[in-house]
Design a protein around this ligand. Structure first.
Ligand SMILES: O=c1nc[nH]c2c1ncn2[C@H]1C[C@H](O)[C@@H](COP(=O)(O)OP(=O)(O)OP(=O)(O)O)O1
Ligand SMILES: [Mg+2]
Length: 214
C-alpha cells in the first residue's frame, strides 16, 4: 500500500467497531491504523449520498483534504430483502435521533415482525431461532489521495439472513442479528479473523489492496 506514508493508514471513521477490524487487518500487514478518534477536531462529514459509494468517497475526500494526506473511508450498511433493501444507506441512523446499535437492532426486529407476520412461515435454526428475511451487508471503501486528486475504490458483500433474536457477542452494529448462511454461524459468533475472511469489509479490503498493487 504505497500511498500510505510511514506504515500508517488514516481511516475517516468514528465507528469503534470498524477501527478494531481495520486495525486487525492492517496489523497483519505491519501497518498501524489511526481514525477520527485521533483527530477529534475535524468537522463531521454529512453523509447525504444516495449510495454507499458516494458517501464513502465524500468521507475520504473531505478528511483527506483537511489533513493533506491520503485517507481511507468505509461506508457500509445492511440491506434487508423483506424491507425492500432498507435500512441501506440509513443503517447508522435507522432508529432516528440518538441512534445506537441496540436501538437500531430493536427497530429492525420491530419492522420485520410487521412485514413477516411475526415469522409464522420463517425457516428456523435447530434452537428455534427464526430466519425472518434474506439480507446482505455492503461495504464501499475508497482511498483518496489529495496529491493526485484520485480515488481507488472497492465494494464487498456478504449474504445472510436476519434472525428473530441475537446470537454471539463479537462484532458490532447489526452483527448479533445476522446469520451467515454459508458458515452456519452468526456474524457476532465469529472471530475477527473469520469475519474478515467472509465479511463485506474484509472482501472489500482484499479487493482494494489488489487494485493498489496494480
Ligand atoms: O460489519 C458490520 N457489522 C454490523 N453492522 C455493520 C457492519 N458494517 C456496517 N454496519 C452497520 C453499522 C452502522 O449502523 C452502519 C454503518 O454506517 P456508516 O455511516 O458506514 O458508519 P458509522 O456512521 O457507524 O461510522 P463512520 O461513518 O464514521 O465510518 O451499518
Ligand atoms: Mg456514518
Amino acid at each position: 500500500m504505497g500511498m500510505m506514508p510511514g506504515g500508517t493508514v488514516v481511516v475517516a471513521t468514528k465507528n469503534a467497531g470498524k477501527v478494531r477490524e481495520f486495525a486487525h487487518a492492517f496489523g497483519k500487514l505491519g501497518m498501524d491504523v489511526v481514525s477520527m478518534f485521533d483527530y477529534p477536531n475535524l468537522p463531521d462529514v454529512v453523509e447525504d449520498g444516495a449510495t454507499f459509494a458516494e458517501n464513502s468517497r465524500k468521507k475520504a475526500r473531505e478528511v483527506a483534504e483537511a489533513l493533506g494526506m491520503p485517507v481511507l473511508a468505509d461506508d457500509s450498511g445492511l440491506e434487508v430483502a423483506a424491507l425492500g433493501g432498507e435500512p441501506g444507506v440509513y443503517s447508522a441512523r435507522y432508529s432516528g435521533e440518538g441512534a445506537t446499535d441496540a436501538r437500531n437492532n430493536e427497530k429492525l426486529l420491530r419492522e420485520l415482525a410487521r412485514v413477516t407476520n411475526g415469522g409464522e412461515t420463517a425457516a428456523q435454526l435447530a434452537d428455534g431461532t427464526k430466519l425472518l428475511s434474506e439480507a446482505r451487508f455492503v461495504c464501499a471503501l475508497s482511498l483518496y489521495d489529495p496529491a493526485s486528486g484520485s480515488f481507488t475504490e472497492s465494494e464487498g458483500f456478504v449474504s445472510g439472513s436476519i434472525m428473530d433474536r441475537p446470537r454471539g457477542d463479537g462484532g458490532f452494529g447489526y452483527d448479533p442479528l445476522f446469520w451467515v448462511d454459508s458458515e452456519q454461524k452468526g456474524m457476532a459468533e465469529m472471530t475477527k479473523e473469520e469475519k474478515q475472511a467472509i465479511g463485506h469489509r474484509g472482501r472489500a479490503l482484499a479487493d482494494l489492496l489488489r487494485k493498489l498493487e496494480d
